[in-house]
Write a protein that binds this ligand. Structure first.
Ligand SMILES: Nc1ncnc2c1ncn2[C@@H]1O[C@H](COP(=O)(O)OP(=O)(O)OP(=O)(O)O)[C@@H](O)[C@H]1O
Ligand SMILES: [Mg+2]
Length: 481
């Protein structure tokens, strides 16, 4: 199988990684191949079905692969870790997809590297399949994301908190794996030359039009702020909780990365947290826009020496971008919310209208996804919407105000914007438990549903239903490390 590798990161950024081989695995088996993605990448899915176990386990990498572990640093839960890096992952190379876009191929779970910090460098089957599912769910929703090309089992059992678990490796495809934390690694060492080289590389790869801007690094910072603000707004609009928005988990490309303890919110509550390690609720649903700005401030700090030779002027420039983050986020959120609500044009009171709906939902266990979906029915009749609320009085008072603002074809437009299917926690868990017992049918079925989340079908009815009452209250997600 030929992969036309062109490994620019390895070639241009020596000193930003270490060459490293995948650890041997005893009995690799290709569990799932993402055939549509393989096609998109210009790879032959039939050949990959045959050779995938060897390739995606790292046992027999295709010619031209250059396996390496990237270094990075990062603020984790607010505290700075100066030395992180791919502790259980390897970039194996870059290929150009059919649309001409450069994509990274990475193995996640491929064994210890110099950055493993005492952990085993491996990934267990459950977290690998979760990342596969949720990444594809996000893709189905049209949200920028890293994606799974394949999942293999390694034949090696791993010891995890929950007991022994099958080892697995995810092959991940990304626009790149450059993180806010990649910049922080070199900035923390005052290696300004490497911060600049990384910025030049990232500009050329992700924002080539900025190379000729009057101040390319400032324009780059602004472009990343814009991409991340848009991304987090998209998360918020579908009720997605990333769960571990450390600066090493925020990409420069604006793609979602690291589906560790992520989950979708069901009943609307801004304080919703599912991650077992997020004890303070730092990464709660409603905090995500603030963390976006906090993380961008850290990127700004790392870029300061590039913005201006004068420290005060550099800080002023960084602040001039940082000050725009709230408005950028709000702009994207509001545009998305207008579409979700089916509003005609834009009016000043729209933000209040949206806030008042959220206020009516709060404390009602009103399911985020279904409320917006059923709102399309409520253009004419609120009969399917009302039962989602314990007490619909506030909703009833809100509906006439909303109806007065509707676009002529609102219901149809709303159904194209508000998904009926999301990766509901109990469905994800059910699919993972079955896979663990050797049955991938529920995984496949869920994946199929999530690939097309806007078209409602009678035979998929159960996938739209929220978890049984109480499920989410005790539901916890783990990083699986
Ligand atoms: N099992 C493991 N063995 C070694 N290192 C690990 C393991 N799990 C996580 N790490 C390392 O801990 C750090 C933080 O982990 P985090 O969960 O954010 O990332 P990840 O899920 O491993 O990878 P990514 O961000 O690439 O999706 C990273 O440097 C990661 O490589
Ligand atoms: Mg991570």
């Amino acid at each position: 199988m030929t992969f036309r590798f062109d490994n620019s990161y390895a070639r241009d950024l020596e000193g930003f990684y270490v060459d490293w081989p995948a650890a041997p695995v005893p009995a690799p088996r290709l569990l799932r191949l993402n055939r549509p993605l393989a096609e998109e990448l210009g790879l032959d899915p039939d050949l990959l079905e045959r050779e995938g176990a060897e390739i995606f386990s790292g046992r027999c990498l295709p010619e031209g692969a250059h396996p390496l572990a990237q270094v990075y640093a990062g603020h984790q839960f607010g505290g700075f870790s100066p030395q992180l890096g791919d502790g259980r992952a390897l970039l194996i190379g870059e290929i150009t997809d059919r649309a001409g876009r450069r994509r990274d191929l990475q193995l996640k779970g491929s064994g210890r590297t110099p950055f493993s910090r005492g952990a085993d460098g491996k990934a267990a089957l459950g977290p690998v399949l979760r990342e596969y599912l949720v990444g594809e769910a996000m893709h189905g929703l049209g949200i920028p994301t890293t994606r799974a090309l394949a999942a293999v089992t390694t034949g090696e059992p791993l010891l995890r908190q929950e007991g022994e678990r099958p080892g697995a490796i995810l092959t991940r495809v990304a626009a790149s794996h450059i993180r806010v934390g990649t910049f922080q690694f070199f900035a923390a060492r005052s290696d300004i030359d490497r911060v600049r080289r990384l910025a030049d590389y990232a500009i050329a790869r992700h924002y080539p039009e900025l190379a000729s801007a009057p101040e390319p690094y400032l324009a780059f910072y602004e472009a990343v702020a814009e991409a991340q603000a848009q991304l987090v707004a998209r998360w918020m609009l579908v009720g997605f909780i990333h769960g571990v928005m450390n600066t090493d988990n925020m990409t420069i490309s604006g793609e979602t990365i690291d589906y560790g303890p992520c989950a979708f919110m069901e009943g609307y509550d801004p304080g919703t947290v599912f991650s077992s390690i997020d004890l303070q609720g730092r990464y709660a649903y409603g905090n995500q826009p603030f963390i976006l700005a906090w993380n961008l401030a850290r990127l700004g700090e790392a870029l300061l020496p590039l913005l201006d030779a004068d420290a005060v002027r550099a800080a002023d420039k960084a602040n001039s971008v940082l000050e725009t983050v709230g408005a950028r986020y709000q702009g994207h959120w509001m545009a998305g919310m207008r579409a979700k609500l089916g509003l005609a044009g834009a009016e000043e009171g729209d933000a209040q209208l949206a806030e008042d709906l959220l206020e009516a939902m709060r404390g009602q266990r009103a399911d985020w996804t279904l409320t917006f979906r059923r709102l399309a029915d409520a253009v004419t009749d609120a009969g399917t919407l009302r039962p989602l609320f314990r007490d619909a009085a506030a909703l009833e008072a809100w509906l006439p105000r909303w109806r007065a603002r509707l676009a002529p074809d609102a219901a149809e437009r709303m159904r194209a914007t508000n998904p009926i299917y999301i990766a509901r926690n109990h469905r994800v868990e059910e699919a993972l438990a079955a896979a663990h017992a050797g049955d991938l049918a529920p995984f496949d079925r869920l994946l199929e549903v999530l690939a097309d989340p806007f078209s409602e079908r009678a035979d998929r009815e159960l996938f739209a239903v929220p978890a049984p009452e109480g499920f989410d209250d005790s539901y916890r997600t783990f990083c699986g490390t």
